[in-house]
Write a protein that binds this ligand. Sequence first.
Ligand SMILES: C[S@@+](CC[C@H](N)C(=O)[O-])C[C@H]1O[C@@H](n2cnc3c(N)ncnc32)[C@H](O)[C@@H]1O
Length: 229
Amino acid sequence: MSCPKVKLITTEDGSHSLYHEELQETYHSFHGAYRESIHVFMLYGLDAWLNRNPRKFPLRVFEVGFGTGLNAWLALVWAEQNQVPVLYHSIEPFPVSEEIYSQLNYTEHDHGIWHYHKYFQALHELPWNEGGPVSEYFNFKKDETSLADSVLYPADVVFFDAFAPSKQPELWKKEVLATVVDAMRPGAVFTTYCAMGQLKRDLKDLGLEVETLPGPPGKKEMTRAWKGV
Ligand SMILES: C[S@@+](CC[C@H](N)C(=O)[O-])C[C@H]1O[C@@H](n2cnc3c(N)ncnc32)[C@H](O)[C@@H]1O
């Protein structure tokens, strides 16, 4: 598979994102990549799951779209700070090149977590399709594959971070979502920046309890959905 043609951009909170030239789409919200990831995935994903499951470890995360590695790196920081063992599985059919990921400024964004910067590099350098521990609490595997071809492991938290439905409708089809929902463990949570009505109806039809939550800065709403215990 080939590297995507992307351009480095700076979003409104000062953190970088990438602009995918062919799709004419950014990898994150233009209103702030870093803020979006913290809000949608860390706060409404990992924190929410931990609040409901304070002792059910290890926590298994499945991410659709490794991209820049921002979500994965913030999840690693979260695992270390909360001392929660995390098994993180990410998939990505179009890995970005070293020339691109080495320029990303995420580890400079919050000086309080600067000391985790070496792990950002480590997540990118870990060979594709091979898992392993990256830090004390974070075990990581990234597969170079698409959602349609991926092996899905049981997950407690799903970061559904595909490009928008208008750009990649095939990833948001109900039958595709069904494969992800099937892999969710009882009590698992699915979180995404997307607030589309059809997505919410499909997740509801697939048996999840769907919530519409306030979105990150610049976005009114986002979606979170729970599987019954
Ligand atoms: C919105 S970006 C994700 C950003 C990423 N989570 C991050 O933190 O940078 C969407 C990602 O999904 C990837 N992608 C594209 N087609 C895919 C597919 N069929 N299956 C899984 N991921 C896909 C893209 O290459 C891109 O990296």
